[in-house]
Design a protein around this ligand. Structure first.
Ligand SMILES: NC(=O)c1ccc[n+]([C@@H]2O[C@H](COP(=O)([O-])OP(=O)(O)OC[C@H]3O[C@@H](n4cnc5c(N)ncnc54)[C@H](O)[C@@H]3O)[C@@H](O)[C@H]2O)c1
Length: 367
């Protein structure tokens, strides 16, 4: 049976990404009717005509898109204005980050729909839908950090890039996975003095081998690690415990000890944040100042570069959308160990152990 797949226009503040680009929907012909909300791709440079040429039908409003579609293929988690559009007949497919969002989780449970958290899809022991966005976010963390260090942003007026052979600025990166490694690479490239912090010694050794004298490495929580946070010009927080709330790795005391005008970028804010007391910011109101230190926590950093991000996202997403279009997709999804962790809510049941634990909700099992 032909499925009905809907691509809404994202409504999160300053979000210009779209889940699937025109080039990638042509392969679904014959398996699904594709509906696209008008202007859904505009922020990423794709027009309604581009989608029509690829075989999609353009729908004028979000209400009509949700009414007509069974599968809602999104980028970000549903925003409050989208809650009323969702019904029990929907399968929602997108980044959900439920472990830090009780109200969204409760709403999805009450609606009795099916929710798939794409950030939890696995392939060859990796998270293919998280990785490209993490690489982009790691780059943007340094780009934003450089901007916030400027005098007009109330930063300390320091150029992160080196203009001589000396490395005169200090960047500390906590959590050296995909985000962290991108931030480290960019920081080394521009000539900053870089400290990498992680709980995993092997990761730190690999970084030391790769960058040699250009980098110092410390185990998270050690005295040296804490000192590297407190003396940095720019700190990037990029820790992850998959599916759970991240640990606090930057405390208020660390902030109090940092030089005024220094910058912290909490990239882990999409999972709840790794800076003590952090609250989410947006691209248009990107930071708050705490004890003279600029603290920025933007949950959709890749939304700043939607053209780049949508192409990367769609390239990786298309393969997993394919799984949803087969007849007995639910049984297949539930059987597949790589896909199962992403199947987090179904018919009023919470199926993710990590989300249940993080939000103190009851875990259910499918019978
Ligand atoms: N804000 C955004 O727009 C955005 C975009 C992409 C990813 N993210 C978030 O960035 C974070 C990192 O993502 P990733 O893809 O790099 O994850 P990853 O799994 O590749 O890396 C996470 C790293 O954190 C380390 N870690 C765990 N606990 C730690 C601790 N206590 N101290 C130090 N290190 C610790 C792990 O060992 C690992 O190396 C995640 O929370 C992810 O959701 C945010």
């Amino acid at each position: 049976m032909i499925k009905k797949l809907g691509i809404p226009k994202e409504v999160k503040k300053d979000e210009g990404r779209v889940s699937l680009i025109p080039e990638h929907i042509t392969q679904f012909t014959g398996l699904a009717d594709i509906f696209v909300e008008t202007n859904a791709g505009l922020g990423s440079g794709f027009t309604d005509e581009d989608y029509q040429s690829a075989g999609a039908k353009i729908v004028p409003t979000a209400q009509e898109l949700y009414d007509i579609s069974e599968i809602i293929c999104k980028v970000k988690e549903p925003q409050e204005q989208e809650y009323e559009l969702l019904t029990s007949s929907h399968v929602i497919f997108g980044y959900l980050h439920l472990a830090s969002n009780l109200s969204l989780t409760k709403m999805l449970l009450e609606k009795k729909l099916t929710a798939i958290a794409t950030e939890m899809i696995m392939d060859e022991n990796e998270y293919p839908l998280l990785i490209p966005m993490s690489k982009i976010a790691g780059n943007l963390a340094i780009q934003k950090g450089m901007q916030f260090l400027e005098y007009s942003s109330e930063g300390k007026g320091l150029l992160l890039s080196s203009i001589s052979d000396e490395r005169n600025s200090k960047v500390t990166v906590i959590g050296c996975g995909e985000v962290g490694r991108s931030s480290i690479h960019k920081s080394v490239q521009i000539g900053a003095s870089v400290t990498a912090i992680d709980v995993n010694e092997n990761i730190l050794n690999e970084l030391k081998n790769k960058y040699g004298e250009d980098i110092s490495t410390h185990i998270s929580g050690s005295d040296d690690a804490i000192a590297a946070i407190r003396t940095a010009d720019l700190v990037v927080g990029a820790v992850l415990l998959p599916g759970r709330k991240p640990p606090i790795v930057i405390t208020q005391e660390d902030i109090n000890q940092m030089e005024k005008g220094s910058v912290i970028i909490d990239v882990a804010i999409d999972q709840g944040g790794c800076v003590e007391g952090v609250t989410a910011n947006t691209h248009s109101e990107p930071f708050e100042i705490r004890n003279g230190v600029i603290v920025s926590a933007i949950a959709n950093l890749p939304g700043a570069v939607p053209k780049t991000s949508s192409i990367e996202l769609s390239t990786n997403m298309q393969k997993f959308v394919d799984y949803l279009l087969i007849e007995n997709w639910f049984e297949e999804y539930n059987k597949n160990q790589n896909l199962k962790p992403s199947l987090q809510i179904h018919n009023g049941l919470l199926l993710s152990e990590e989300v249940a634990e993080s939000l103190s909700l009851s875990l259910s099992k499918l019978v």
